[in-house]
Design a protein around this ligand. Sequence first.
Ligand SMILES: Nc1nc2c(c(=O)[nH]1)N[C@H]1C(S)=C(S)[C@@H](COP(=O)(O)O)O[C@H]1N2
Ligand SMILES: [Mo]
Length: 222
Amino acid sequence: MAEDDVTLTGSIKEKLIEAKQGWARDGRLMTGTMADPEQARLPPGQRLVRDWPVLDLGIEPDVTPQKFRLDLDGAVEHRLSLNYDEYMALPFTESVSDMHCVTQWSRYDNHWKGVSARTILEMVKPQKEAKFAIFHAVDGYTTNIRLDQFDQPDVFLVHEWEGKPINRAHGGPVRMLVPRLYLWKSAKWLRRIQFTISDHPGFWETRGYHNNGDPWLEERYG
Ligand SMILES: Nc1nc2c(c(=O)[nH]1)N[C@H]1C(S)=C(S)[C@@H](COP(=O)(O)O)O[C@H]1N2
Ligand SMILES: [Mo]
């Protein structure tokens, strides 16, 4: 696996992970309200920030273009394994979307550039039985969404934010962006998208976070 030779710095924030699991158990940050995304741009319990905070498990992999690899596999007709140049040769789309983190910050009007999920789907052609997309990252992080949530016009593999390459702390060179779900569903340092028939709850989903993560339904913990 390519991640074996990627430099990892820092150490896993065990204390932070335990604290967040505790919050999930206690239902911390829950307002108990719901909102309609058509009516309310800011989901319940969220507050706006101007800067983009960094959140991770304490390890920030140094994925250079030379070490970059992206595997698209699982229940698909065409498996693909792309290096950096092959990724950069894919058709790019620009988009603007809001992001919402379960730790209660939201940031509006982020400008992204990347490859749309629908372009990926056209290339790999999931089998009829495929129902989930599982994101795997270089730091070992995983997260899961349903295939119908992946197959949306605002879902992207992104490599630019506000006109600049996404930096290492935010998951560069390439991360996921699933803007209508809490940001923990948007894997940084994307290494693999696995299309599966059965669900595979990921890092936070198996530590008390909600399996779906819709901010307007306040699906923080589940
Ligand atoms: N690979 C990886 N992706 C990840 C994480 C992580 O620890 N590793 N953390 C998730 C969580 S909990 C959040 S809130 C967002 C934070 O993204 P940001 O640091 O760019 O704000 O990344 C998500 N994607
Ligand atoms: Mo998070």
